[in-house]
Design a protein around this ligand. Structure first.
Ligand SMILES: [Zn+2]
Length: 464
């Protein structure tokens, strides 16, 4: 009799568990389409992006513009009804671009003086008012630089390796070329060079220069600029005829010590498993030219939209959904590092983290990453949702890579998802004056918010 009761209880329990975890694809697709309808007709995310771009604008961590973005997003998270909104302070290195950013070829026999289209790279050294003049030497890569060795002493090193247009995913082309910007100037400085010019990271053939961080560690900072592609090709072709070519660089940027910046956090508490956190986020800081619209205003408002959607639709999540807008991704990721450190200290359990930091274009999928012990199982779980995502036009879900800020949570057994929109036009805008609100398409932006919300919804319901 006793055994029968135990048997019945076990059967009943497993039936309940089965029921809780059985996936009804058609039902979920119908429900998620309802979420999409709500987003496409009701979401204010595009208006939030407008405010962020036009009222805060380009916002390097530590700047007054960044502080305005913190105030605005904190206020909005509160307004949309997050259960709790708070900030985390972090010390960041601060650098300010100046009004003078010039480079000019000064001694071409063929063309005389020629102004070049340049911007200072972030954390470049400035010059005095007359600028710095030196002979230019071109290299395509670090091997060529090392071969030249001390011959670059007193010269300006011109890194001119293009992003490879034949790579289908432009992020791969960026990844293969960007070390000349991040590490090129410091290696040139170590060899005694007095300046650096770096071919812009873009596959759009125009003359718009792109910025982005260049990192000096113990090396002496030197003036370093990004140059538009047409002028990079002009400079390169002239150098072939006139190897004695000299360029004058004038930059009024300055290093300004340390400042405090804040990561902004808002959450909806879970009703059944409040200790299991699903993080959704992007980075609030941006480069100071342009408005940080695609990078990463889009990710910021998409993450806020996920919270707002749950509120608008009256969905009470089982787990805690937390929107995190990280400080200082662009120059050191101090915000993400501090966030992960505090999460570990408090013993928080982030079961999943989804980051949007690849622009506001049409969604295509997610890249997944996790610690080896949980990677297989979590990927298998997400595979089961593949046809649900396909029906939403989100078809490219693969393991390998996620996103910068959330990668700091990997060792805390968090399953990481990097949201992936179409990549073809991202580097037309990235880190340039073109990264403005007008270049973000409302519908594409909202569809991205939908893809992220769908993933959060499924993880909340079924676990990961
Ligand atoms: Zn970014």
């Amino acid at each position: 009799m006793k055994i029968n009761w135990i048997l019945i209880s076990v059967l009943f329990l497993s039936a309940t568990l089965m029921q809780a975890q059985t996936l009804n694809e058609d039902e979920e697709i119908r429900y998620l389409k309802k979420l999409y309808t709500n987003i496409l007709t009701q979401s204010p995310a595009h208006d939030w992006l407008h405010y962020l771009c036009k009222n805060a604008g380009g916002r390097l961590g530590g700047s007054p513009e960044y502080a305005a973005a913190v105030a605005y997003t904190s206020h909005m998270l509160d307004t949309i009804g997050a259960d709790k909104v708070w900030t985390q302070a972090v010390e960041v290195p601060y650098w300010r671009r100046g009004p003078v950013e010039k480079a000019r070829i000064i001694n071409s026999k063929h063309l005389g003086a020629v102004d070049l289209s340049v911007v200072a790279l972030g954390f470049s050294e400035g010059t005095d008012a007359l600028g710095m003049s030196a002979q230019v030497v071109e290299v395509k890569n670090f091997e060529e630089l090392e071969e030249l060795g001390s011959k670059v002493k007193g010269k300006i090193v011109f890194y001119n390796r293009p992003m490879e247009v034949e790579r289908l995913n432009t992020f791969h082309a960026y990844g293969a070329a960007v070390n000349q910007r991040t590490a090129g100037p410091r290696r040139a400085s170590e060899l005694g060079a007095v300046g650096a010019i770096v071919r812009s990271m873009t596959v759009k053939y125009d003359n718009v220069p792109h910025s982005g961080v260049t990192v000096f560690k113990d090396q002496k900072p030197i003036p370093a600029v990004g140059i538009g592609l047409k002028d990079a090709d002009l400079l390169s072709s002239l150098l072939k005829k006139e190897p004695q070519l000299r360029v004058n660089i004038q930059l009024s940027c300055r290093h300004m010590g340390k400042r405090t910046a804040h990561t902004v956090i808002g959450e909806i508490k879970g009703s059944e498993k409040p200790d299991e956190i699903i993080l959704v986020g992007g980075h609030l800081d941006s480069w100071d030219i342009g408005e940080g619209a695609h990078d990463d205003g889009a990710g910021v408002v998409q993450s806020m939209e996920v919270l707002h959607l749950f509120k608008r639709m009256g969905i009470r999540p089982k787990r805690t959904i937390r929107c995190v807008l990280f400080a200082n991704e662009e120059n050191g990721m101090y915000g993400a590092t501090e966030y992960a450190k505090l999460a570990k200290k408090k013993g928080e359990n982030h079961i999943a983290a989804i980051e949007s930091d690849a622009g506001g274009h049409t969604p295509v999928g997610f890249r997944m990453d996790a610690e080896a012990s949980i990677a297989k199982e979590s990927y298998a779980r997400v595979q089961k949702w593949r046809s649900i995502f396909s029906s939403l036009g989100v078809w490219d879900i693969q393991p390998g890579g996620s996103a910068a800020d959330i990668s700091r949570l990997k060792d805390q057994k968090t399953v990481l998802f990097g949201y992936r929109p179409d990549s073809q036009r991202y580097f037309d805008y990235h880190h340039s004056e073109r990264d403005v609100f007008e270049n973000v398409h409302r519908r594409e932006l909202l569809l991205g918010g939908g893809a992220m919300a769908a993933l959060v919804y499924l993880i909340d319901k079924y676990g990961i």
